[in-house]
Each structure stands twice: as structure tokens, then as C-alpha cells.
Design a protein around this ligand. Structure first.
Ligand code: NAP
Length: 325
């Protein structure tokens, strides 16, 4: 039996990771502030430490109390947090930081771990709390992984693209589920061929376990679904899972702007193709989960509690009206 410590663990990715690790016979300890309900409160194989990860002493105490074989860091949004964690957990079998596909700078197609340059990060950006600097901060966290590995720490990271699945509180994937469920005609921005690679949460947690068990120090691994879908294909697949007919109408940036909608208001729309190569993760034994099955699980989840992003519905109706005249 191995021991896993998860920093976070009660919302979305971390929650699925607990299940993945329990299935693989790990005993799991969660370290979080206790502000979100703990879905594993009644599970005797899941322990809980209440604490804030921004405190070095809290991390050091958790390292001593749990003596984990692996540590997965779900809530490092600042490079300083990654540095603090790689110090506190310098002796563990594996420390895995959840980074992001947003770490990459240029829009190479696909984005490859050891070729595509990362975002730069200034000292100001490293401590900035706006979403604009998210990618830069994750990239600097990746560089903290490289530095830790040079000092002998078995530190690694995973770079997921946008994640979907049950308990996805961002509601980005579910925007499209709602459109297909509630409307005969669905407006897709652009011409339907735009691509923002997405990844099922099942693929992310399988990836994290694969990295913790087989990854090499200082290495970072992308994760995305093996099959990359255009936004139009994604909507068709959701409709297929729901066994429903969908009529897709595409709308250009100008047609949307005429009704006050910015094309990027649509979740999962990206004007530039965003595709992560997944070969490196595959080469260390990652077994991908099929997107059709993952869509079925995501669609079946009751997303009432999730955020509801997306353009104003009345404005979308007006676009449809103007396109039909
Ligand atoms: N969703 C995506 O599309 C996507 C894509 C790429 C990367 N990521 C990365 O995935 C990670 C987030 O995953 P998730 O939210 O699904 O993880 P999660 O582990 O399921 O949930 C977040 C956890 O962090 C805890 N937490 C928050 N602030 C904390 C703090 N200061 N100290 C201790 N615990 C704290 C929360 O509990 P309490 O509030 O009770 O403390 C909760 O347990 C992030 O690193 C994000 O950058 C996500």
C-alpha cells in the first residue's frame, strides 16, 4: 500500500484523482482549508488535514505527518508556491504539479513539451493575481520544477488543456450541452472548424498517476484527449450522446458583433488552433480514455451547480433571426 498526499482534492480534478488513486490501492490524505465540502469525509481510506497551502510550515508538517510516497499539487497558482512545495516535499518519491497548457507562448501546432517555448514571467507577474498572468505564472511554476529536479528532487508536472467532466465547476463544456438540450438550432462561432483541444478529467487523472509512477524528474507532460475535435464536431458529438438532432448555424465575428456578442464569449472557442501533443505522456504508459465515453459521463452529470458562461441568450436569438432573413 502506498500513501498519496493531494493538496486540494475536493472540487473537480482533485476529486477524480482521489478515486483514481483509491482504485490503484493508494491510501489518500487531502490537505485543504476545508472551505469546500469533503466528498470523502466518510471514506476511511481518505484522511484529511486542514491547512492553507500558502504556509511553508503547513506543507512541512504534512510531509512529516503523512510521509507520502507521492504528492499531487492541485492548487499551485504561483511559482512561489511550487518552490515552497518542492522544498517541503524534496524527499518524496514523486511530486507532481498541475500546470497548464496555458504555459506555452507561441501558437505552435501542436504544442510540444520540449520544443514549444514557454511564456515569460516577470517578477511582477509572478505575484499578480489576475487571470491575464495565469499562463505566465504556470510557466514559471514549470521552471521551478526544472530547478528542483536539478537539485535532486523527483519533481514533475502535467499540462492539461481545458478539462471537462462531472463536477467541472467552470461550466464551459456544459454551455454546449445546454444549447443542444434546450434549442433546436445551435449557433457555433466561426465556421465550426475552430479547435481548442480539450481533455476529459478521466484522462487528466490517469495522466497524473502515470507521471507519479513512471515520470522522470524535471519532465513535464501535456495531456489532452487523444482525438482532437473541432467545435462543430464537439457539438455534434454532444447531440449524438443525447440522441438528439441538432441544427448547427455558424456565425462570423462580424455577424455576432452586430448584436453585441464578442466571438470569444463562446466557451471553448479559440481563434487560433490550440492543440497539445500527447505523445510524451503516451510514451510513459498513459492509457487514454475515449472521448465518446467521457462525453457521455460529462453530459450525464447534473451541472446545476456549475457556472454558466457564454453569450447573452437574447443576443444569440437576434443573431439567428438576422441570419434567417
Ligand atoms: N479546469 C481546467 O480546465 C484546468 C486546466 C488546466 C489546469 N488546471 C489546473 O487544475 C488545478 C485545479 O484543479 P481543481 O480545482 O479541479 O482541483 P481540486 O483539487 O479538485 O479543487 C481545488 C482544491 O483546492 C483547495 N484549496 C484552494 N485553495 C487552497 C489553499 N490556499 N490551501 C489549501 N487548499 C486550497 C480547495 O479546498 P478548500 O477551498 O476547502 O481549501 C479544493 O479542495 C489548478 O492548478 C488549475 O490551474 C485546470
Amino acid at each position: 500500500m502506498s500513501r498519496a498526499l493531494i493538496i486540494g482534492g475536493t472540487r473537480f480534478i482533485g476529486r477524480h484523482l482521489v478515486e483514481e488513486l483509491l482504485d490503484a490501492q493508494y491510501d489518500v490524505t487531502l490537505l485543504n482549508r476545508g472551505r469546500h465540502e469533503n466528498p470523502f469525509a466518510d471514506n476511511e481510506r481518505v484522511s484529511h488535514i486542514t491547512g492553507d497551502r500558502t504556509s511553508g510550515a503547513t506543507l512541512a508538517n504534512a510531509a512529516e505527518e503523512v510521509d507520502p510516497d507521492i504528492v499531487v499539487d492541485c492548487v499551485a497558482y504561483y511559482p512561489g508556491e511550487v518552490r515552497m512545495a518542492t522544498k517541503a516535499f524534496s524527499g518524496v518519491g514523486a511530486y507532481v504539479f498541475i500546470s497548464s497548457g496555458s504555459s506555452y507562448g507561441p501558437n505552435h501546432i501542436p504544442k510540444r513539451e520540449d520544443e514549444t517555448p514557454l511564456e515569460l514571467c516577470t517578477e511582477e507577474q509572478a505575484v499578480d493575481d489576475s487571470s491575464d498572468t495565469y499562463g505566465a505564472r504556470k510557466a514559471e511554476g514549470d521552471r521551478a520544477i526544472f530547478e528542483a529536479a536539478e537539485k535532486g528532487v523527483n519533481a514533475m508536472a502535467i499540462r492539461p488543456t481545458i478539462v471537462y467532466g462531472p463536477h467541472d465547476y467552470t461550466g464551459r463544456f456544459h454551455y454546449w450541452v445546454r444549447q443542444v438540450k434546450n434549442h433546436d438550432t445551435v449557433v457555433v462561432p466561426g465556421d465550426g472548424t475552430n479547435i481548442h483541444h480539450i481533455v476529459s478529467v478521466q484522462n487528466v487523472v490517469r495522466g497524473i498517476r502515470t507521471i507519479a509512477e513512471n515520470g522522470d524528474a524535471g519532465e513535464i507532460y501535456n495531456v489532452g484527449d487523444r482525438r482532437v475535435l473541432t467545435l462543430g464536431d464537439l457539438v455534434e458529438t454532444v447531440a449524438d450522446v443525447l440522441d438528439s438532432d441538432v441544427n448547427i448555424v455558424t456565425a462570423s465575428e462580424r455577424e455576432l458583433a452586430s448584436e453585441g456578442i464578442e466571438i470569444t464569449d463562446f466557451p471553448l472557442y479559440n481563434p487560433n488552433p490550440h492543440i497539445l501533443s500527447t505523445e510524451k505522456l503516451r510514451s510513459i504508459g498513459w492509457e487514454p480514455f475515449g472521448h465518446r465515453e467521457a462525453f457521455a459521463e460529462a453530459v450525464a452529470w447534473d451541472a446545476q451547480s456549475a457556472e454558466k458562461p457564454g453569450p447573452d441568450r437574447d443576443a444569440v436569438e437576434r443573431v439567428l433571426e438576422s441570419l434567417s432573413t
